[in-house]
Design a protein around this ligand. Structure first.
Ligand code: ZN
Length: 286
């Protein structure tokens, strides 16, 4: 078993290859994925959600924009594409066992990480009370030579991180949410950032990749996922190889409410003696 990065101080390097990743097989009680567009969540976290939800995690997806800019087809009436894409998102999330899909309805293509968006995300976090929040890396301005990161991706992720910490935690930030809506502060324990320099690997099974492909396959208004299987598998195998497992999804992890008695983030069979206690505020959502 490798030394967790948290104990060794830095991820180990193996030869000249990529840094070895800490295995994260802990299953959160609840997880919220925040992304800009319908389909983003399924590239970012479909296999992760499949893995966590089949092991008892309550999964939720929040799509911040209405997705209405995702076509050049002028014959599609305004608003219709949004309806189609959110329906695709709901069907996609159903493949993963996700119980909750929300859309905040911000105009697609014009997203800004302002206070209105942050308040809406704080409201959602205080309502759903997720133990883990998953989003993109807002600092990624580009990837390779062929892709400038979409401004909505950066804005949604930026607002999501600010909402998770510190705004959802602090009663005196957006106090009207407590006063008028009865939404008490909530500490998100884990934040997982994708499309970033990863430091953890969440072990997957082949069925998680199958579920991810099924989820991606629902976004028919956007792309044809029928050829994506080998690429998804390759990514999962490369992630797994960095943590000594067959397949894994990789993320950058923040543990904002560390449990001092917990060493590493290994899989726990139930929540019994000697296992890390869930954070005090992790709770149900209905
Ligand atoms: Zn997108």
């Amino acid at each position: 078993m490798q030394m967790p990065a948290s104990e060794s101080g830095a991820p180990e390097r193996e030869g000249l290859g990529e840094p070895r990743l800490e295995l994260f097989s802990y299953i959160p009680e609840s997880a919220l994925v925040v992304v800009a567009h319908p389909d983003d969540a399924d590239f970012l976290a479909a296999a992760l959600l499949s893995c966590w939800c089949r092991q008892g995690c309550r999964g939720a997806v929040c799509v911040v924009t209405d997705g209405d800019a995702g076509s050049d087809d002028a014959s599609i009436p305004l608003g219709e594409l949004s309806r189609i894409r959110m329906e695709e998102q709901r069907r996609a999330s159903a493949h993963l066992g996700v119980s909750e899909v929300r859309c905040l309805g911000y105009p697609d293509g014009l997203l800004q990480p302002g206070l209105e968006l942050r308040r809406d995300l704080v409201r959602l976090i205080r309502e759903l009370r997720p133990e883990a929040l998953v989003t993109m890396d807002p600092s990624r301005r580009w990837f390779g030579r062929g892709y400038l990161n979409h401004p909505d991706h950066r804005a949604a992720a930026d607002a999501a991180l600010d909402a998770a910490f510190p705004s959802a935690r602090d009663a005196r930030v957006f106090p009207e949410l407590v006063r008028e809506e009865g939404l008490q502060p909530h500490k998100v324990r884990f934040v997982l950032v994708g499309a970033s320099e990863p430091d953890i690997a969440v072990p997957l099974e082949p069925r998680d990749i199958e579920n991810q492909l099924a989820a991606l396959g629902e976004h028919r208004s956007q792309f044809d996922a029928s050829e994506m299987g080998p690429e998804m598998e390759r990514e999962a195998r490369e992630g797994g190889a960095r943590a000594g497992v067959a397949m894994a999804a990789t993320y950058k992890l923040f543990d904002l409410v560390p449990n001092p008695s917990q060493r590493g983030y290994q899989r726990q069979e139930g929540r019994e003696e000697g296992l890390p206690a869930p954070p005090e505020q992790a709770s149900q959502w209905g």
